[in-house]
Design a protein around this ligand. Structure first.
Ligand code: PMV
Length: 309
């Protein structure tokens, strides 16, 4: 039996724009997904037959790296699915890590690169941000050019992403989960439609890229005030792209009086927002009062782990 675990993730800055090759910063969080895989008489997930329909990420991961020997996969996740906290990436990465360990081929780079292929197959257009963060853990910075802390490079069509390690300190953040399920694929397609048809749309995407570079600098300096301000600006641009939602807007509004900054995280359209704050209790209370589910998380968590029993 092989057991693996992968963290959830938060995108601190740059979601959506990263799909167009702009920079982005993400961090692994203290919520994890655990996976156990053992030989079995048939392919199953949590006791039910493995299916493309109900387990698209797991099916695709199994097809990519595994043969025909039947296996039982057991998954337990601390992240709600489709919440913007990386549950799809975490399940993809944890399954790939366990399977590649069983084949004696485990490496972070392999898992991250296969993880991106799986996400692209299931979701359509994607960037490697989620799968690379859930694999490497701590923090990652994606850029268009390679630099000193580069971990790996990922390519697709004409796009290239250089994934770097980024020191994200352990910070407390409040996630406000809206409970509204919003699928990433259609939101990514919506932004592409906007950017393909208007110069203005593409300018917004480029501006998100510039803000993210500023955010990286503030993160490195530990300047939470400035980082928070940039996150809030990033949110305004995401709203122009049409990926915010009434619930996200409401939770951000009530969090900002107690926070350095707040924005949606992940694809948006529902899902979750995040607040950078020293007042987790007040922010959580404000979100709860407006019907959201607050989750206090810590950033900078470790990446994927694998154990053979
Ligand atoms: O699937 P989510 O909610 O974690 O969002 C992923 C981030 C996007 O930039 C919107 C898409 C991507 O693949 O980078």
């Amino acid at each position: 039996m092989v057991a693996s675990s992968a963290p959830g993730k938060l995108i601190l800055m740059g979601e959506h724009a990263v799909v167009f090759g702009q920079p982005a910063i993400a961090t692994a969080i203290s919520l994890r997904l655990k996976c156990k895989i053992s030989p079995s008489s048939g392919f199953s997930v949590n006791g039910v037959p493995l299916s493309d329909r109900y387990h698209p990420y797991i099916s695709s991961a199994v097809r990519k790296v595994w043969g025909s020997e039947p296996i039982a996969i057991d998954i337990v996740s601390e992240m709600p699915s489709s919440s913007g906290l990386g549950s799809s990436a975490a399940v993809t990465v944890a399954v790939l890590a366990a399977l590649s360990q069983m084949k004696g081929q485990f490496s972070e780079k392999n898992v991250a690169s296969n993880g991106f292929e799986v996400e692209s197959e299931v979701q359509g257009r994607a960037s490697p941000i989620d799968t690379s963060t859930c694999t490497h853990g701590r923090g990652i910075f994606i850029d268009r050019t390679p630099a000193a802390d580069m971990l790996w490079e990922i390519k697709r069509d004409t796009r290239r992403w250089f994934i770097h390690h980024c020191d994200v300190p352990e910070m407390e953040m409040v996630v406000g989960y809206t409970g509204v399920v919003a699928h990433t694929g259609p939101l990514v397609a919506k932004v592409k439609h906007f950017a393909d048809r208007s110069r203005f749309g593409m300018e917004i995407i480029e501006e998100i890229g510039s803000l993210t570079l500023e955010g990286l600098d503030k993160l490195k300096k530990g300047d939470r005030v400035a980082l928070g301000g940039l996150m809030t600006k990033n949110q305004k641009l995401l709203a122009i792209l049409g990926v915010s939602s009434p619930e996200i807007d409401k939770f951000i509004k009530v969090s900002l009086p107690y926070s350095y900054g707040a924005k949606l995280t992940g694809a948006g359209g529902g899902g979750s927002m995040i607040a950078l704050t020293d007042h987790a209790k007040e922010v959580s209370e404000a979100i709860r009062k407006r019907g959201g589910t607050p989750i206090v998380v810590r950033t900078g968590a470790k990446g994927v782990t694998v154990d053979t029993a």
